[in-house]
Design a protein around this ligand. Structure first.
Ligand SMILES: *[C@@H]1O[C@H](CO)[C@@H](O)[C@H](O)[C@H]1NC(C)=O
Ligand SMILES: *[C@@H]1O[C@H](CO)[C@@H](O)[C@H](O)[C@H]1NC(C)=O
Ligand SMILES: *[C@@H]1O[C@H](CO)[C@@H](O)[C@H](O)[C@H]1NC(C)=O
Length: 448
């Protein structure tokens, strides 16, 4: 009552000189439209949280007034109706939260969730558009917001059957800049080792501001992992931090820097980072997530639990085993757990053998050292070629995502060898040979 009385004379005074329509329509006054791309790069019920984060992000944008036609969503869409989902047709991003799946318009689902389509969307690819698929149509005055949630590794993020390298992603961002597809661009990235997607590669003069859930060498952390009915984690620390902050704050006043500081506080298990043109952080969040005041959910407290993102498949199977009273089901879970553990063991020893063989080829002197250190990724383009070779000749990271965990070792080799074209080609051949000896034809259907 008090605030209404206080604000009434102000509204009245303003309306005398300024048409109210103009005040409400501040977006067109500002001369830009907001366009957004939201991507969950994983599939499978264990990875529930990434699609939950992305659905929630969709509602944040819609609640703040971004038109549905300006939002492009990529998500595998296998969670809501997974037979394991105790709430068929619904997805939650917080314990006792509201259903975030309802109302989400999905543009790319299932097999369409690929790095190629993501890059095509960013670049406004005409061939995709001709097939009736949505691509970015933003222009030189517009604000673009990109959010990606998934697994990651040194210089890589995961897609359901492939990976995307830091080199290819940043090349697309430069293309967007050169083709005047935005005035200002904000990128929020949730993934393990996500700092490595921008560190030493994203220029600071492209009007792009990026934040990541983790630095370049550490995992990011899931959260809300203790829901008694929905066994997987419902969200990720960094993601729910910015999402819930955007739900509960006046983002027309809060700056990107203020939101980042809040996110850092609510992300105790990793160190969120800022990249690119950091001066953009003084702009209001609403310039990218929508300028309409939203009346939404209160921010919830973070759960105390900390689960290593890479260990979720193990944690989930152990949890299922513990919860079931059915002996037959328990046996199935136990068998799966055993296979998972042997697959991971096999992979770990295989990677060690590959690195040892590469050391004996002259690329390093001590495999243990290569595996126990972290060099910052600088030669992104060379590394991208090595990662693609690994993926095509050693292990398809799309079906064996646990392999992502070891990619830093190859980043270390790239950084310590200073390859030129001919030495790189020789390295790629030696890598293939080592893989043929130690990893290929291993017989594991999936190493997760
Ligand atoms: C969720 O709701 C249930 C039952 O209504 C309650 O027991 C539980 O404490 C709630 N959980 C949280 C995290 O609020
Ligand atoms: C990244 O974070 C880890 C701890 O999570 C820390 O050990 C490491 O030093 C950090 N790296 C950088 C470059 O800050
Ligand atoms: C590449 O490096 C190797 C070894 O350092 C050197 O022998 C070779 O001449 C270089 N090749 C080119 C094309 O620079």
């Amino acid at each position: 009552m008090f605030s209404f009385l206080a604000i009434f004379p102000i509204l009245f005074a303003l309306s005398a000189s300024t048409p109210l329509a103009d005040l409400l329509n501040s977006k067109s006054n500002a001369g830009y439209n907001i366009h957004a791309v939201l991507v969950a790069g994983s599939n499978g019920f264990d990875n529930y949280r990434h699609q939950a984060d992305v659905c929630h992000a969709y509602h944040v944008l819609r609640n703040h007034g971004v038109p549905a036609e300006n939002i492009i969503v990529m998500m595998y869409d296998d969670i809501a109706n997974d037979p394991e989902n105790p709430y068929p047709g619904k997805i939650f991003n917080a314990p006792n939260g509201s259903d975030v799946y309802a109302g989400v318009v999905k543009d790319y689902t299932g097999e369409e969730v690929t790095p190629e389509n993501f890059l095509g969307v960013l670049k406004g690819d005409k061939a995709l558009a001709a097939k009736g698929k949505k691509v970015l149509t933003s222009g030189p005055n517009d604000h673009v917001f990109i959010y990606f949630a998934d697994h990651g590794a040194a210089g890589l993020v995961y897609f359901p059957s492939d990976t995307l390298s830091s080199h290819d992603l940043n090349e697309a961002l430069v293309y967007m800049h050169d083709n005047k597809m935005y005035h200002k661009l904000v990128f929020y990235l949730e993934a393990c080792e996500s700092g490595s997607m921008f560190e030493n590669i994203l220029p600071d003069n492209l009007n792009i501001y990026a934040t990541t859930a983790a630095n370049s060498t550490e995992p990011s952390s899931p959260t809300y992992c203790e829901d008694p009915e929905i066994y997987p984690c419902l969200g990720d620390e960094y993601s729910v931090a910015w999402l819930e902050d955007s739900d509960s704050n006046d983002i027309t006043k809060e700056t990107l820097e203020q939101q980042f500081q809040y996110v850092v506080k609510r992300t105790p298990n990793s160190q969120p980072q800022q990249f690119g043109q950091k001066s953009l952080a003084s702009l209001e969040v609403g310039q990218f997530l929508g300028e309409k005041a939203s009346s939404k959910i209160d921010a919830l407290e973070n759960s105390e639990d900390s689960v290593n993102a890479r260990d979720i498949p193990l944690v989930m199977l152990r949890r299922k085993l513990k919860r079931t009273n059915d002996a037959a089901k328990a046996a199935v879970h136990a068998k799966k757990l055993q296979t998972l553990i042997s697959g991971r063991r096999f992979l770990e020893s295989g990677i060690k053998k590959i690195i040892s063989q590469l050391c004996s080829n002259g690329y390093c002197s001590d495999a243990e050292y290569v595996l126990s250190t972290r060099r910052p990724l600088v030669h992104h383009s060379t590394y991208s070629k090595v990662a693609k070779k690994f993926q095509s000749s050693c292990l398809n990271l799309g079906t064996h995502p646990h392999g992502m965990k070891f990619m830093y070792a190859f980043a270390n080799l790239v950084e310590s060898n200073n390859f030129n074209e001919s030495t790189l080609n020789r390295f790629l051949e030696d890598l293939e040979r080592a893989c043929n000896n130690h990893i290929v034809d291993h017989g594991f259907k999936a190493i997760v």
